[in-house]
Design a protein around this ligand. Structure first.
Ligand code: GUN
Length: 284
């Protein structure tokens, strides 16, 4: 029988561990504060931002909210981020994506100080990840590593195939699996004979953004399957990039959607926020 990898339970466990750690750090006079910036009122972003602030409250760190109108200029947003970089009371800066079309996302990401880059999107954070230096890890891939480790899935020496090469998931996922001593292949939309490639995988991570695209024909018997997708189907049900009902019987372990990878992203964001005060000089 296949093991269901329970992201809800594992993310709760991580948040509870962080909550205890934050309490201990507070006794030493270390307090974390996350600044969360949202531009415009994209409904999905509003939900994500609300959940991030709720998670901060749960683990005991302060959050400061900046809800800016859609018409905010790039210059104004750069100005705000620069002020947050300088603000000694703020340890982490998060600008919710996507930004309106008239704002250059890359420019904003580069404006966030690498020391406060709790999303791990800054080129400095990405570079540190690839060369194995300490730094902030991209939250979703870091969450997937935790899902695997805490479910007892061995990574070292295994064949890992990632489908999707985004900067947020696919590429950092490759770096993290490599760091765990896996053999890593990144497949993408131009990959020839995708099924042949995915059938090599002991661990298959799917982040392609196509509803129920991966069927049992793509799976090696006994593989571990991690589904990063999140869609709503014709009946209004949430589903992933993997056709769960078809694939699950062929796996040794699999994440559900919802309740798999999704909840891990915020848990790992919280870990990055706590990281900002783990290494901080002790205040008198
Ligand atoms: N939009 C969707 N996911 C994310 C995320 O992890 N961080 C930020 N800043 N924006 C997002």
């Amino acid at each position: 029988m296949s093991q269901l990898i329970d992201g809800k339970r594992i993310s709760q466990q991580i948040k509870d561990e962080l909550r205890e750690e934050v309490e201990r750090l507070k006794e030493k006079g270390r307090n974390a504060c996350l600044a969360v910036v949202q531009v415009g009122a994209d409904p999905a972003s509003t939900v994500y931002v609300r959940n991030k602030k709720k998670a901060c409250e749960y683990i005991g760190i302060r959050s400061k909210s900046y809800e800016l109108p859609e018409e905010t200029t790039e210059q104004e947003l750069v100005g705000l981020v620069e002020n947050l970089n300088k603000d000694a009371q703020v340890n982490g800066v998060l600008v919710q994506l996507p930004l309106p079309d008239h704002i250059d996302e890359d420019k904003i990401i580069r404006t966030i100080s690498p020391d406060k880059d709790v999303d791990g999107f800054h080129p400095v954070s990405v570079g540190r990840l690839w060369i194995g230096e300490k730094g902030f890890l991209s939250c979703t891939p870091a969450g997937i590593i935790q899902l695997l480790k805490r479910s007892g899935v061995e990574i070292e020496g295994r064949e890992c195939v990632i489908v999707g090469r985004s900067n947020i998931v696919g590429k950092p996922m490759a770096a993290l699996l490599l760091r765990e001593n896996a053999t890593v292949t990144v497949a993408h939309s131009r990959t020839k004979d995708l099924k042949k490639v995915t059938k090599r995988a002991d661990i298959l991570v799917v982040a392609i953004g196509k509803k129920r695209f991966i069927t049992s024909e793509y799976i090696k018997d006994g593989a571990v399957v991690i589904d990063v997708g999140m869609h709503r189907d014709e009946d209004g049900h949430l589903c992933g990039d993997v056709d769960f009902a078809d694939v699950e019987p062929h796996t040794s372990a699999i994440t559900p959607v919802p309740g798999g990878v999704g909840p891990m992203t915020i848990a790992m964001l919280m870990n990055n926020c706590v990281e900002t005060i783990r290494t901080q000089e002790e205040r008198p």
